[in-house]
Ligand binder design. Sequence first.
Ligand code: UDP
Ligand code: MG
Length: 312
Amino acid sequence: MKTISVVIPVYNENEVIKSSYNIIKKVLEKLTQYDYEIIFVNDGSTDGTLDFLQEISKENEKVKIISFSRNFGHQAAVTAGIQYVTGDAIVIIDADLQDPPELLPEMIELWEKGNEVIYGQRKARKGESAFKILTAKMFYCALNNLSDVEIPKDTGDFRLVDRKVIDVVNSMPEHNKFLRGLFSWVGFKQKAYLYERKPRKAGKTKYPFKKMWKLALDGIFSFSTKPLKIVGGLGFLTIILSIGILVYSLISYALNLNELVPGWTSIMVAITLFSGVQLLSIWVISEYIARIYDETRNRPAYIIDKKINIKD
Ligand code: UDP
Ligand code: MG
C-alpha cells in the first residue's frame, strides 16, 4: 500500500490546529487505498500548540511531531519535515486551512497519472489584504525578472511531490533552502494545479512584513546573480554619465558658452547620486556575502528539541 505523507509547519496555531487536524485526518482516512502519516513541525510555538499535538500523537501513531528548540521560520520547518517523511507522495500544506485539504484526492490522482510535482497555483486570494496581494505580485514579478530559473507565479509551498523529487531536494547541500524555487529548479514532471486560496480559518498571519521581506530576498538572491550584473550596469552608466558631464563642462569652458558658476546643486546631486548608487551596490553585494557567510559557517537551518512517533 502506498503512503501519503503530509507535512504541516505550525507556529502558534492554537486557534486553528484542532479543526485543521480533524479535516486533514478525515480527508486522508477517506482515501482508503492509501496509508498516511501527518508530520507536524512545531516551529517554536509558545501558545500550547505543542501540547495539543502531543495529545493527538498519543491517540494516533500516524501523527508524528518534530519540535524545534525555538522559532526558525516556515522554510526551515518545511525543510525539516521533508527530511523525515516515509511516504511515496509528500504533501506540504499550511496549518491554517488556506489551502483546502479537500483538494488532496484530485492532486493524488494527478500524481498517479505520472506527474511528479503538483504545485498549487492560486487563482484567487480571498480574505487577504490588498497590501499582501500587491506585495506578492511585486515579489513574483521581481523574482521572475531577476531569477535564472522560472518560478511559477502565485505559487506557495502547497504542493504534492513524489518521493523521488523529495530525495533530490533533501540531498541539496545548502542549509537555507528557498523551497518553492528548489522544487522548480530540480525539474521532473511538473504540473500546476489551479485552486482558490481561502481566507485563514482562524488566528492571525504568522508572516509579518519582516518575514515576507526575508523570504523575498532569499528567493531573489539564492536563485539569481542578476542583481550583481545590474550593479555592474549601474557602475558603467554612472561612469558614462560623469564623462558626459566632464565633456560638457570642458566644451562650455572652451567656447565660453555660458558662465560656469560654482555649482552647488550639481555637486550635491553628483555626491548624493553616486553615493546612493554605491551604497545600493554595496548592499547587493553584501546580501550575497551574508549568504556565503551563512552557508560556510555550516550551522544547521534548525535545531530539533524533540521528535515524537518518529523512528530514526
Ligand atoms: N509558520 C511557521 N513558522 C513561522 C511562520 C509561519 O511554521 O515562523 C507556519 C504557520 O503556522 C502556517 C504556515 O507556516 O502553518 C504559513 O503561515 P501563515 O499562514 O501565517 O502565512 P500566510 O498564509 O499569511 O502567508
Ligand atoms: Mg496562511
